[in-house]
Design a protein around this ligand. Structure first.
Ligand code: BTX
Length: 325
């Protein structure tokens, strides 16, 4: 057990009542000075703690940070998110997660940053990642899947994210195939799934998740004003990012296990319930080709199935789609 985290957890759970430094020290066989040092460290990290004579320590306020302590306060997973690499700023959590995965970071390791200076989307497109406003994180997972099953992890993550948003913000978002989560027709989340693999097995999947959480309209650069939104704009209140992250990790763990055990069928059912494409007329822009047709849904492999105007059905692996009606 990490004693510093345990102390912070007790301070949170006491909900404004004092925690006795002496009792905590006795319980863990530590000196009072060791406890006092932890309290000083918390204060340096931005927590506001008051010390009441003969009673103990009271947590008054915690910083709006997605650091390890704040996430662990809410985390209820078995594995995912217990190992965290936290940064105030970095170029891209995706790059750092690739390095960590190559250096054998354990299953469920989370790389997270308050800000990204070179956040990226698919095809190296830029991903706007303003400091302390969103969730910019990459989760390293090592499921027992074949490499060809990896792209479906985007859909696993999408369902997990929609469920987490529902629980924490009380609003229902929709999934736009393959990797966007939308609110009121605008993008709040993008998912970037990347793979490290051997010919016949997945070594690691890096699930990059970028979510706009507490931005106001004026926080978005001009080129995103018409296409992006945040949870705060949609539901009118500031959202606790750490709580939302813990919730996302919980659902990603649950659905990844489900996918490993029972295949894509149950995930597909959940996904269809949240997606906005079935029956719609869609233009799919791929690297070398653009096609248009009516969306039938997704296949058992997670491909978008489009019925073209000549009646043929095309399975599409990856594209930017435009929903036409
Ligand atoms: P995508 O290629 O589907 O979307 C990228 C496009 O989305 C951009 O070209 C731009 O139009 C738009 N966009 C950029 N920033 C935002 C934003 N903040 N909100 C809404 N729309 C935006 C989507 O790629 C996958 C994004 C994954 C980002 C995560 S963040 C953590 C991890 N680290 C990293 O570098 N990438 C991932």
């Amino acid at each position: 057990m990490n004693i510093k985290n345990e102390l912070l957890k007790r301070l949170f759970e006491a909900e404004g009542k004092p925690i006795s430094g002496q009792e905590f020290a006795d319980e863990f066989g530590l000196s009072r000075t060791a406890i006092w040092k932890y309290i000083k460290e918390f204060e340096e990290e931005g927590y506001e703690i008051s010390s009441i004579k003969k009673k103990g320590y009271v947590l008054i306020a915690s910083p709006d940070r997605v650091n390890t302590a704040n996430i662990h306060k809410y985390l209820q997973t078995t594995t995912y998110g217990w190992n965290i690499d936290y940064y105030e700023s970095c170029d891209s959590t995706q790059n750092l997660a690739h390095d960590a995965a190559q250096a054998d970071a354990p299953d469920g390791t989370l790389v997270i940053s308050e800000e990204q200076t070179a956040g990226k989307g698919r095809l190296s497109r830029p991903w706007n990642s303003a400091a302390q406003k969103g969730i910019w994180m990459s989760l390293i997972v090592r499921p027992s899947l074949m490499p060809q099953q990896a792209p479906q992890m985007t859909l696993v993550a999408a369902v997990a994210i929609v469920r987490a948003i529902e629980n924490v913000a009380g609003i229902e978002a929709t999934i736009k195939w393959p990797n966007d989560i939308m609110l009121n027709g605008r993008k709040i989340t993008g998912i970037l799934t990347e793979l490290q693999s051997e010919p016949d097995r997945v070594k690691a999947i890096i699930l990059g998740i970028g979510m706009n959480v507490n931005q106001d309209e004026e926080d978005f650069p001009v080129e995103l004003k018409e296409i992006a939104t945040s949870l705060k704009i949609a539901c009118g209140k500031h959202i606790d990012r750490a709580k939302l992250i813990a919730e996302i990790l919980g659902f990603v763990e649950l659905y990844t296990k489900m996918y490993e055990k029972h295949g894509f069928g149950p995930i597909k059912l959940l996904w269809e319930g949240y997606s906005n494409i079935a029956g719609k007329r869609i233009r799919a822009v791929m690297l070398n080709e653009t096609v248009e047709g009516n969306a039938l849904g997704i296949s058992d492999e997670g491909l978008l199935e489009l019925q073209l105007d000549d009646g043929t059905v095309r399975g599409i692996y990856s594209a930017d789609i435009v929903i036409k009606d």
